[in-house]
Design a protein around this ligand. Structure first.
Ligand code: COA
Length: 161
């Protein structure tokens, strides 16, 4: 098998997202359909992102912003359904955390309350629940706000305001 290569940036297309996002949880339960794909694509076009490739194949991707509550915010993380459980998500998160913790001590993410596997994935990586955003996307479910922190912001690696 070809090695996994993580890159800052890289192309994520409508077709990639159709394959990786639609038809998968949590987006099925959250009611995402083809009409939402342009909005999901914009997450990658308008934000910094990381891509994971095996050869020419997009294995996974993460869109994020560096400027959210004295830290970064992971807007979307997705791994190709055929490759889940194979370490791709973990390697994307390793790369993202290396990048974000250079400048600030926090990385935040939201996970749907019913998404037990993603909650387990983040928990294992040291993310803690810091809040519940009730009925953010659909009335039946909440979003759990997670934070991984290296400590208080003041004094962290001489960061600037
Ligand atoms: C959640 C997701 C990003 C994880 O990526 P992945 O490539 O499947 O996860 P990995 O194989 O890298 O797993 C990394 C670690 O998390 C653990 N983990 C993953 N799923 C788990 C689960 N359901 N229960 C317990 N631990 C789990 C693995 O055991 C692994 O630990 P290890 O490195 O000590 O063996 C991926 O499964 C995915 O795209 N899911 C659908 C979309 C989604 O839920 N996105 C996140 C919500 S915003």
């Amino acid at each position: 098998m070809e090695p996994l290569v993580i890159t800052q940036g890289g192309t994520v297309t409508h077709e990639h997202l159709e394959r990786m996002v639609l038809g998968s949880e949590p987006w099925l339960t959250l009611g995402y359909t083809g009409e939402h794909l342009p909005g999901i694509l914009r997450l990658f076009q308008q934000n910094e992102h990381l891509t994971a490739h095996q050869g020419n194949r997009l294995a996974g991707a993460a869109a994020f912003t560096r400027h959210w509550l004295l830290g970064g915010y992971l807007k979307l993380l997705v791994v190709d359904p055929d490759l889940r459980g194979g370490g791709v998500g973990g390697k994307l998160m390793d790369a993202l955390e290396d990048l974000m913790f250079q400048d600030s001590p926090n990385l935040f993410a939201c996970v749907s309350s019913f998404n037990a596997s993603a909650l387990a994935f983040y928990h294992k990586r040291g993310y803690q629940k810091v809040g519940v955003i009730e009925q953010l996307i659909v009335p039946q479910h909440d979003e759990i706000l997670l934070r991984k922190t290296m400590g208080p912001w003041r004094g962290y690696k001489n960061n600037k305001p």
